[in-house]
Each structure stands twice: as C-alpha cells, then as structure tokens.
Design a protein around this ligand. Structure first.
Ligand SMILES: Cc1cc2nc3c(=O)[nH]c(=O)nc-3n(C[C@H](O)[C@H](O)[C@H](O)COP(=O)(O)OP(=O)(O)OC[C@H]3O[C@@H](n4cnc5c(N)ncnc54)[C@H](O)[C@@H]3O)c2cc1C
Length: 508
C-alpha cells in the first residue's frame, strides 16, 4: 500500500481515530462519524484519539511501551508524556520483539467465555495478532455480540433489533471462529484445561479468557419474583419489557442511576407513565453533589419523568402479577410493572467454584491474568487492583489486552481513564475527582445560569474535582487539569468566576 500525502502532510495510510466522549466508542477514519453508532451522540462529541492507543497487534514490536496503559511508542526514545494516559517518560519500558513475534506465529487454542464487548474485543485482537490461533466463543445468549449499551435506545424505539449486532454473522465465519451461541458454561475445570457446558459437552482450551460480564443486582425486596418485575441487561430482557408496554401503562423504575434514568426516559417515549424511585436524597449521588442532582431532577421532570427521592421499596405487592410497591415510609404506589436498575454484580461464581482468586470480580494482574496463568479475565467480570470498572470503554480496552496476551504478546492494563462524561436523557454531564469538600481547607466555586451548572473544588490551591452539567464542552481541559493536579493558588487569589476558571484551564 502506498500513502499519498494530504494537506496536513500525513500519509493516507496513517489511520486517524476518534473517540466518542460519551460512550468510549472508537471510530477509525479521516473524520468523526455524523452520529455515534453506539450511543447516538453527534459528531461534536467525538475527540481525536491516538489510533495506536487501542493496542493493536504488532504495534509494540520493536519499541517502547507505556507501563501504565500499554501505549506503544516505536523507536528508541520515550515521549515526554504518554499521549494516552499522560504517564511520564520513565514509565516507558522496552518491549521484547520476541513477544510480538510469538503472537504472530501463535496457533494457541483460545476459548472465550462471554460474547459481550470484552469477549468480542479479545477475539478481534487475537485475529489481528495471531491469524493461526484457534478461536472458540461461547455465550449463554443466542444473539451475536451486540451493542449492549444501546439497549435503552432499542427500548425507546430509536434503533431496531437489526441494528444491535456489532458484526454480521458472515464476519465470524470469515474469521474462522467457532461460535457456540445459546450455550451456558456450567463449570470450569482448570486442571483439565477444559470447560463443561450445561449440555455436558467439554470444550478444551490452552488459554481461557473469561468475559462473562455481570448480572443485575436485585435487592432483597419481598415480591421481586412477581410477574411484571423486570431488569435490563440483555436483549431478551428488553424484548420482555417491551411486551409489557402500551400507552398509559404505569411503570416504577427502582434506581436513579444512569441505567434507571435512561430506562425511564425510554419507557416514557413508548407512552408509558414512568416514575423513578431513588433511595438517596438526590439523583446519582456517586457522581453528583446535591445541587447538581436537584438540577438533573428538574431536567428529567421537564422531560416528563416522575421522580421520588428517599423512596425505598419494602415490598412488591400483588398476586402472581405485580400490582403495587410498598415503600419503607408506608407509602403505597400502584403500578403495572416494575423495572429494577440497582446496579450489577460480576458473574464470577464459576471462577470462584474453580478455585481462582475472586473478590467481587475475578482478580487479575496488569496483564489481566488471573491466579491461574492460563486463564485471563476482562470486562465487567474482572477486578483489577480492587476496581470493577463496569463500563463499556474499560471492557473493550481490557478485552483487547487480554486477547493479545493470550497469544503471547506482552501488553498491560494500567487503569482506564475512560470517559466520565455522560449524557443523561440528553443532558451533558461531567463528574470528575472529588466534588464534596471534607473540611474548611477546601475551596469551592459553584455557579449556575441558563440551565448550566459548574462546580470546581480546590484543595491547598490544587484543582481536585469538578461537576459540569448542561455544558460539558470543557470536559477535556478540566479532566486533564485535575489529573495533573493543576496548581491554581494565584488564580484563586483573584476570586475567579467559573468562566475565568474555564478560560484558565483551556489556555494551559
Ligand atoms: C442497558 C445498558 C446500558 C448501558 N449503558 C452504558 C453506557 O452508556 N456507557 C457505558 O460505559 N456502559 C454502559 N453500560 C455497561 C456496559 O454495557 C457494560 O459495562 C459492558 O457491556 C460489559 O461488557 P462485558 O463484555 O464485560 O460483559 P457483558 O456485556 O455482560 O457480556 C457477558 C457475556 O457473557 C455471557 N455469559 C455469562 N455467563 C455465561 C456462562 N456461564 N456461559 C456462557 N456465557 C456466559 C453472557 O451471555 C454475555 O454474552 C450499559 C449496560 C446496559 C445493560
């Protein structure tokens, strides 16, 4: 392939990439797409992304690699700062050529359990790195790997079921991948290098990658088994919920996090009367301070979503079918259906039973290898340095790294600086760092105007946290300043406004 030069002097063969700041989707091409195919955000939400940042096969061949995020820097000199995670030059180490050469020639039998984004990303990375590897993918779900995070858009009627799959069936055939869909793994047998399906078939492996994801956490509320109680994790869950919907149907959504709010908005778009029950005093308390949570609630109410805060279900009542919910303060709410969106738990039971180290998730090291050297784990099922990321971007990124490592590459996962920029029912939101002061030594600047809210938190003159609501266009500069511990003492002496702070950060 020859590379023609464009105006900017870059050869065409050098791939450009763009990252959706809302969901983390990476688009490769000269321009960002008009709309994010994953979450529907417009082109303006995309930021340039270093095409090399998603670890690709062979890129780290004869060069240096960031120990923190795996970014490969070819040549003998490390960059001053890693363009992906900002780590300094001394965090780069030489990568042995042999590791990549080993991957290229690998004919390893790799078995991937779980066809979510982590499993698919592992598969894609292995195919690029090791065309000769023998690949099998097992999934309890019958569907081809799909955009799970688009399920609320599917519920809302914004995308069809045909638009959910990530690749068509033909892609898996072309790649020579053995697909065992609709098959559940019931047991791992690490000593025998095999897994046992519920059908009793034993599938052997040389390397196993666990990407079994997570399941909805159902709080211990009496009556949660009744007909008409749903959760949303799989396309099958979404189909079932859709069958219960008709205009005017009453639906209580338990949980005021991102999934609960997006689900309520989607149900509203289908003509249902959706009410969100949040146990805390305000919405998204892990991401938002009280005022920001209240402003988000106003936005949602304007969008037609009803909200009850400090509302904790005690019992889901009815006969076989749900008829109402009793709250622990004595309030009774009548309803036709209930959706539970109170977080997820990793599907780590198979690994625990097989004797692997498991805390909440399967414990992995930087190479995403579990306590058994031939078993790796990635995505929602994995726990890395005590962190369960539970998001799309980290799952995708970890999947690639686990895939490369399974065929003999040497790539590490440091931590994901994935997006903490969200779009909640159309409202931009950034929450980063510490946003609640712990004592009088913290300094907070807070402003709201025209439906926008900004909060900046400083400690000892350093910028340590921020919340932006309604306009997160400065998210990149704000995140970078917080991550680098930006010193702002001089600026603070001038008693700056929010606009002054943003100007200062963007000028850095
Ligand atoms: C509706 C919804 C909206 C979301 N929105 C966002 C968002 O906006 N941004 C964001 O960052 N994240 C979002 N998330 C979270 C994100 O989708 C997950 O973090 C991500 O999909 C996790 O990917 P994974 O591959 O680790 O696991 P999963 O996608 O859960 O995949 C696990 C796979 O393992 C299979 N499996 C499990 N157990 C077995 C077994 N015993 N045998 C065989 N197969 C098994 C399952 O069938 C499945 O195929 C959302 C999630 C949902 C449900």
């Amino acid at each position: 392939m020859t590379g023609n030069r464009r105006d900017g002097g870059l050869p065409d063969m050098i791939e450009r990439a763009w990252r959706c700041t809302v969901c983390g989707y990476i688009h490769r091409g000269p321009e960002p797409p008009e709309w994010c195919p994953v979450c529907g955000s417009p082109a303006a939400e995309f930021e340039p992304y270093d095409a090399a940042a998603a670890p690709r096969a062979g890129l780290q061949a004869a060069g240096l690699r960031c120990l923190n995020c795996g970014f490969p820097a070819p040549g003998g000199e490390p960059p001053d700062e890693c363009p992906v995670c900002g780590s300094p030059a001394d965090r780069f180490e030489a990568v042995a050529e042999a590791a990549t050469a080993a991957a290229a020639g690998s004919t390893a039998k790799v078995l991937i359990v779980g066809a979510g984004i982590a499993g698919l990303s592992a598969l894609e990375a292995i195919r690029e790195a090791a065309p000769g590897a023998e690949l099998t993918l097992i999934s309890r779900e019958r569907e081809l790997p799909y955009y799970r995070l688009n399920l609320t858009r599917y519920l809302a009627g914004e995308v069809t079921e045909d638009e959910l799959p990530i690749h068509p069936a033909a892609w898996y055939e072309e790649q020579g991948i053995r697909m065992l869909l609709g098959e559940e793994v019931g047991e791992l047998r690490p000593g025998e290098h095999g897994v046992v399906l519920c059908s009793q078939e034993v599938v052997p492996y040389e390397r196993l990658i666990l990407t079994a994801g997570a399941h909805p956490f159902i709080p211990p509320v009496a009556g949660a088994h009744r007909e008409g109680v749903f959760s949303v994790r799989t396309v099958e869950d979404a189909r079932e919920l859709l069958t219960a919907l008709r205009p005017g149907v009453r639906c209580l959504v338990v949980g005021g996090g991102l999934l609960g709010l997006e689900t309520a908005a989607a149900l509203g778009r289908r003509g249902a009367e959706a009410t969100v029950l949040e146990g805390h005093e305000w919405l998204m308390p892990r991401q938002l301070n009280r005022r920001a949570g209240e402003l988000l609630a106003e936005h949602l109410r304007t969008a037609g979503i009803r909200l009850l805060t400090q509302a904790r279900p005690k019992e889901i009542v009815g006969d076989e079918r749900v008829a109402g919910v009793d709250l622990d303060d004595g309030l009774h709410l009548e309803t036709d259906c209930v959706v539970i969106a109170t977080g997820v738990r990793p599907n780590s039971h198979l690994a625990r039973r097989a004797g692997l180290d498991v805390n909440q998730g399967v414990v992995v090291d930087n190479a995403l290898v579990s306590s058994r050297p031939d078993i790796l784990a990635a995505g929602d099922v994995a726990e890395h340095r005590g962190v369960l990321y539970g998001n799309w971007f980290a799952s995708q990124y970890q999947g690639r790294i686990a895939g490369l490592n399974a065929v003999g590459s040497a790539t590490e996962f440091g931590e994901s600086r994935g997006s903490n920029t969200l779009k909640v029912v159309g409202l931009d939101l950034l929450s980063v760092g510490r946003f609640e002061p712990e004592d009088g030594s913290y300094y907070v600047i807070e402003e709201e105007a025209d439906g926008r809210y900004a909060r900046f938190v400083f400690h000892d003159g350093r910028f340590i946290g921020a919340v932006l609501l309604g306009d997160a266009s400065a998210a990149g500069a704000v995140k970078k300043a917080i991550e680098s511990g930006c010193e702002c003492s001089e600026l603070l002496r001038k008693e700056p406004t929010a606009a002054d702070i943003l100007e200062h950060l963007q000028a850095r």
